[in-house]
Design a protein around this ligand. Structure first.
Ligand SMILES: Nc1ncnc2c1ncn2[C@@H]1O[C@H](COP(=O)(O)OP(=O)(O)OP(=O)(O)O)[C@@H](O)[C@H]1O
Length: 935
């Protein structure tokens, strides 16, 4: 070959051009004589201004173990309508320097400048800066195929080496890349008249097989599979093009469900490939009337048969893979919309991912510190072709471009993207490793199949062999998993450390809580113990209180009941000397018993006095009651004494009636803490003189109170004394005493009403009311039984009368007097014939306060009552005023009609003693007939 000589410079200055060296410019080697330089068809010389020197650059001899990625460039012929503008095909050995000039002057932007280089010229319409170079040279391709290259030329240079390797047991991949309409499908499949790489490859394979048949029996078999990866919405799916089966599933680098059609002869194989190509998804776009819408992958599997005729072993699984990628599309050119636009996005995305994988592999090979990015995960195509994209298997690229100026952008983009790929090294050892791995996996699969068929006893021996085979496979897989396991180990270690720290912190918190819980339990236990101690203390105090109560009750003054002498019914009248003496004893500071004893002494003295007046006063009955009421509080001992003063009711015997004197003791509240000097301070004596005798001896009711100044309050409940008295005795009663008694009663009632708000139930039985009253007043547990009441009940029993039934018919008198007076002789008498006096109700101030509306009626009733024993209107007037509260109480107990009847009877009884006796009997009858009122 003639050496490339530098051509003379043309007369006109050449247009500015930029030379892109690929690979980059290197240090210029020492000049060598051009004559001795041997031009090579695949010389890497570029179309440079100093092309002579560039042509002399020797191609870097590939190492024996390394093989660069082959990148071929095929330029599609310009359609006929543009043929006149096309650039003549550059021929080797011709003047290449004028080609760019011609290309620049025509409508072509890309012209081959050599067997391995092309020149890309920026079209005038897209030129931005005229001063800058307009032409780029891309060198280093494995081969540049001009537009007039035939399919056979392509196959010979591109596919034939792959077929040879495949037939020799090596896998290989051919990928057609390029923009839409650049001739990829034409290159791969071709046409019946002009078959492409795949048919030619099949021919080559079967040709070789036919050649081998002559020499030896066929030792291999082949199968064909075709599938496409197309978009489905935002995802991808795989369709088998050789069968009507459903979708296939991609698992790692294998596709499950993909049918592999055995190839028996060439005709069947070509027919099968043609049928699969027709099933491929295509659509018409503005750039291509038959544009592919999916990535089509064709695989040819070769199976080597062993010489053993009995068993067929897979010795090699070489796969020859051909991928026809869908061309990148520009929306402005294709005019796709809707689903077509989605397909364009899918196609462009797959092309980009494919390019990124190769780019990453290249960078990783340049710098081992850069990790090999796993871009292959981003699409099914790259996942399936992972071994090739990671450089472990032999791969070949063929770039299809369109040389027209209108396709400048697409062409420029592809050349800029793919030209660096030719520097990718393919490691045969990697291929061998993957080949071993594949063989091992295939062997494992075969063994599994045989295991199912063989007998169990044979499995023991086979298992050992399988284990050994599996171990071999694991060894190769361990390398790939080593890095993964390392990263996982670091992640797990970090997580373990975090969890350990968290568990320690949690344990510490739990310990603290446990400690607090124990402390709380101890505190609760101590509180329980304290409560038990307090309870025991309270029980002891209660026992002491009971002892004290028992002691006090033992020292109570026994009730002295005067024996009620049955009155002779013949007695018409008698003075009911009723004296209620309330004696309030302030307990001695030192002893409450002393006060009780003193009270007894006083009572005895009073009795003596009464006996001294026995000549004029005949006391048939005297009842002295003393009821002691004691209150004790938890704070201390408080003794409340209710000293019921004796009421001495000397009744003078008359010839008509009986006289009954009931002395009622009235309980008093005594405060132990109050000043009580210890001296006997209470003397109570009630003498109710009533002169009912005919000899004008007047019965005298005397009540003496010896009260200490320190007494604060004194409550005296005067039990009503109902005395049947004669008219004479009533008249002779001392007016002063009556007035004083009324005054005391009135003041006492008002005072009690204002101070105390004690409510009493209405209309209780005598005993019940007494008890309730006692409870209210003294807040003591003991019920008060007044001797007068006992006597009255006895009387009723004698009369066969129940107390309740007697309530309405008896005169009730309730007197409360605050004993602040030194002496309060009081007398209350009522003339009710000879009906025994019944204690109906003890003090009930609330009743008086509750029934203010009945005051006026009570006044009238009182007036009528007083008229019975007052001699003069003046006296009646005074008594009426004084006895008003008591009258109100009476009114509550007696309805008006009954009272009026009684009053009228009373008036009639005044005229005659005999009539009075009959009136008493009548009253008893009324009481019997009266219905019981209950509350
Ligand atoms: N080298 C060639 N010689 C003659 N005709 C060609 C050549 N290359 C491509 N063609 C024609 O160009 C048209 C488009 O080609 P093809 O379909 O192969 O492009 P493509 O790159 O596969 O497009 P897409 O990526 O859209 O599928 C077809 O009609 C085809 O016959």
């Amino acid at each position: 070959m003639e050496p490339v000589a530098a051509p003379p410079e043309p007369a006109s200055p050449p247009p500015p051009s930029t030379v892109r060296r690929n690979p980059p410019r290197r240090a210029r080697p020492p000049p060598t004589p051009l004559a001795s330089a041997k031009p090579k068809p695949s010389s890497r010389s570029s179309f440079l201004q100093d092309e002579a020197a560039a042509a002399s650059i020797p191609a870097p001899p590939p190492s024996s173990q390394e093989e660069r990625l082959k990148v071929f460039l095929r330029i599609r012929p310009v359609p006929d309508r543009d043929r006149c503008k096309a650039v003549a095909r550059p021929m080797p050995g011709k003047d290449l320097r004028r080609k760019p000039k011609q290309a620049a002057g025509g409508d072509l932007c890309l012209v081959p400048t050599g067997p391995n280089s092309v020149a890309l010229t920026v079209p005038q319409s897209k030129l931005v800066d005229p001063k800058r170079g307009r032409t780029e040279v891309f060198d280093g391709f494995s081969a540049v195929f001009s537009p007039d290259s035939t399919q056979l030329d392509i196959f010979v240079q591109v596919m034939n080496p792959l077929v040879d390797d495949f037939l020799g047991g090596k896998s290989g991949l051919l990928v057609a890349m390029g923009p839409t309409g650049s001739g990829k499908t034409h290159t791969i499949f071709g046409s019946p008249r002009n078959p492409g790489i795949l048919p030619l490859a099949l021919r080559q394979i079967f040709k070789a097989q036919d050649e081998n048949k002559v020499a030896s029996p066929p030792a291999r078999s082949f199968s064909l599979s075709m599938f496409e990866i197309l978009s489905e919405g935002k995802g991808e799916r795989i369709l088998d093009l050789l069968s009507d089966a459903a979708e296939c599933v991609l698992q790692q680098s294998s596709i499950k469900g993909l049918q592999e059609v055995p190839l028996s002869n060439l005709a069947d194989a070509e027919s099968l490939a043609s049928r699969g190509m027709l099933k491929r998804s295509t659509a018409a776009t503005n750039a291509n009337s038959n544009s592919s819408r999916s990535q089509c992958i064709i695989t040819i599997h070769g199976v080597h048969k062993s010489s053993d005729a009995d068993s067929e072993h897979l010795l090699s699984n070489a796969v020859l893979t051909i991928a026809d990628l869908a061309g990148a599309e520009r929306e402005r050119k294709t005019g796709n919309q809707g689903s077509r636009l989605l397909e364009s996005n899918f196609i462009n995305n797959t092309s980009m991912v494919f390019g990124l994988c190769l780019r990453s592999l290249l960078e990783h090979q340049k710098n081992q510190k850069k990790p090999l990015e796993k871009h292959f995960k981003n699409s099914m195509l790259t996942r399936y072709l992972r071994d090739y994209l990671e450089g472990r298997k032999k791969m070949t690229l063929i770039l299809n471009v369109k040389p027209a100026n209108d396709d400048y952008l697409d062409t420029s983009f592809l050349l800029r993207q793919a030209s660096p790929y030719m520097k990718i090294n393919l490691d045969d050892s990697s291929d061998l490793i993957s080949q071993k791995r594949s063989n091992a996996s295939l062997i494992c699969q075969e063994n599994k199949k045989k295991r199912k068929v063989q007998k169990p006893e044979v499995l023991g021996v086979e298992r050992k062999e399988n284990i050994e085979t599996d171990n071999i496979a694991k060894v190769s897989e361990d390398d790939a998993q080593y890095k993964f396991l390392n990263s996982e180990l670091r992640r797990v270690s970090r997580s373990e450390a975090i969890m350990t720290n968290f568990a320690r912190a949690l344990w510490t918190v739990l310990k603290q809580y446990k400690h607090k819980l124990l402390e709380s339990e101890n505190a609760a236990e101590s509180m329980k113990q304290l409560i038990r101690d307090q309870y025991i203390q309270i029980v002891e105090l209660k026992k002491e209180l009971e002892v004290l109560n028992s002691c006090c009750s033992c020292k109570h003054i026994p009730v002295i009941e005067d024996t009620s002498i049955d009155q002779d019914d013949s007695v018409s009248s008698g003075q009911a000397g009723q004296s209620l003496v309330s004696l309030s004893n302030k307990p001695n500071l030192g002893s409450y018993d002393a006060s009780v004893d003193n009270f007894h002494l006083v009572a005895e003295e009073v009795l003596k006095e009464l006996k001294s007046h026995g000549e004029s006063v005949s006391c048939d009955t005297s009842s002295i009651s003393f009821i002691d009421e004691q209150e004790q509080s938890f704070r201390g001992l408080k003794a409340e004494k209710s000293c019921c003063a004796d009421a001495f009711g000397p009744m003078s015997h008359t010839e008509e009636g009986n006289t009954k004197v009931e002395l009622h003791a009235i309980h008093k509240k005594l405060d132990a803490s109050e000043c009580f000097t210890g001296q006997t301070s209470a003397h109570a004596g009630g003498v109710t003189p009533s002169s009912s005798h005919s000899d004008n001896q007047s019965n005298q009711s005397l009540t003496e109170h010896h009260m200490l100044p320190c007494l604060k309050t004194e409550r005296v409940s005067l039990s009503p004394q109902f005395t049947s008295c004669s008219k004479k005795a009533t008249i002779e009663q001392s007016e002063d005493e009556i007035e004083e008694l009324s005054k005391i009663i009135l003041e006492d009632i008002h005072h009690d009403v204002n101070i105390r708000e004690v409510k009493h139930p209405d209309y209780l039985s005598s005993s019940q009311q007494v008890s309730s009253d006692t409870e209210d007043v003294g807040s003591s547990q003991s019920s008060l039984e007044l001797p007068g009441m006992v006597a009255s009940q006895k009387k009723l029993e004698e009369l066969d009368l129940e107390p309740e039934r007697c309530e309405p018919g008896v005169v009730n008198a309730t007197v409360e007097c605050a004993v602040g007076h030194s002496q309060a002789p009081e007398q209350m008498s009522d003339c009710e014939g000879r009906v025994p006096c019944l204690l109906k109700e003890i003090t009930c101030p609330a009743k008086a306060s509750k029934a203010p509306s009945k005051v006026s009626e009570a006044e009238e009733a009182a007036d009528k009552k007083k008229e019975g024993f007052t001699s003069s209107p003046e006296d009646t007037k005074k008594t009426r005023r004084r006895l008003q509260p008591a009258a109100a109480m009476l009114l509550k107990e007696f309805p008006g009609a009954d009272f009026d009847v009684d009053t009228r009877r009373e008036e009639r009884g005044k005229s005659s003693s005999s009539v009075a006796a009959g009136r008493s009997d009548a009253l008893i009858r009324v009481l019997k007939a009266r219905p019981v009122r209950r509350v």
